[in-house]
Design a protein around this ligand. Sequence first.
Ligand code: SF4
Ligand code: SF4
Length: 359
Amino acid sequence: MSEVFFANTRCKPHRGMVQKFGELAQKAGLAEVVERRDLVAIKTHLGEAGSTAFVPVMYLRRIAADVRELRGKPFVTDAGTLYVGSRSNAINHLLSAAAHGFTQETLGAPIIIADGLKGHDFVEIEVGGEFLDKVKIASAAVHADTLLVISHMTGHELTGFGCALKNVGMGLGSRGGKQQMHSDIKPEVNTERCTGCGECIRWCPAGAISLKGKGEERKASIDHDKCIGCGECTVMCFEGAIAARFHVDLGIAQRKIVEYTMGVLKGKEDKCIFFNFLINMTPACDCWDFSDAPMMEDIGILAGRDIVAIEQASLDLMNEKAGKDVIGGIYTAMDWTEQLAYAEKMGLGSREYELVSID
Ligand code: SF4
Ligand code: SF4
């Protein structure tokens, strides 16, 4: 059974949350996974322009300092996005990061965009999954010796929740990899709700949406041959007129993310630590250009070496505190547990865990 370490949000003089985060890193075995001269990737989400809920810079600065203390060479990393936004190439990504306070000076470590200037810098890794034989992983993630994963728990319109599995699997897939993971998600327009405003057209990176019909009958229409399944339109339509085709496709997307996670972690089984931040938990992910009010009260930070165990523990803590299925209550047409069950089946970890509280 895997140990998952947990720090709640209660603090006192000389023991704030950053201090507790450092304690969690020690408990989870930072000194074991970081060896002298290791190139240590600190994977996080640097925040889409306009979002405000991502994990703040002081935690990254702390872990980078701890890595340097162990004589490792830390770098902060993320890969480019599939959709049009502020992080679709390395230059924009670094500028967005700087706008959010993430720079070499503030972090005490350089930022390296893991899949290069335009998202084409990847290494193919064999995983032998049910859907994908090989996955295309951002090269800096593959070449790093150690991986420290800093994840922010959010709801997610395509996977129910997004935390460590999504941060690793989707987050470190190259552009082509992200496209593979999204390819089964084909949204549809509910023409009764659609007002024909055309807003979704502006957000579609693939030019897949057009307005068809005249007058009041003018409605959005999606060309599924062009659609790359990024899901952008499902959130940007404020009439709620576009939904991904649940059940049919979204379980496959969850499982492909697991297969990408297998590719990232392959060969690093003993060289990873995962940190889940159950703080400022917004209903949609940090890839959007806004951060809505949190879906529940803050809980704390978890740390562990088993990515499945820490995800399960995070969801259990949330549901226990809320007294209900938090994610299931928001994304009602989706079974968010599929990714956990599949990750366990594929040998990424165990849903059984022991929660060790450090208070
Ligand atoms: S689907 Fe939504 S955003 Fe697109 S035209 Fe219809 S109402 Fe507007
Ligand atoms: S139709 Fe929607 S999901 Fe498809 S590419 Fe356009 S924005 Fe993305």
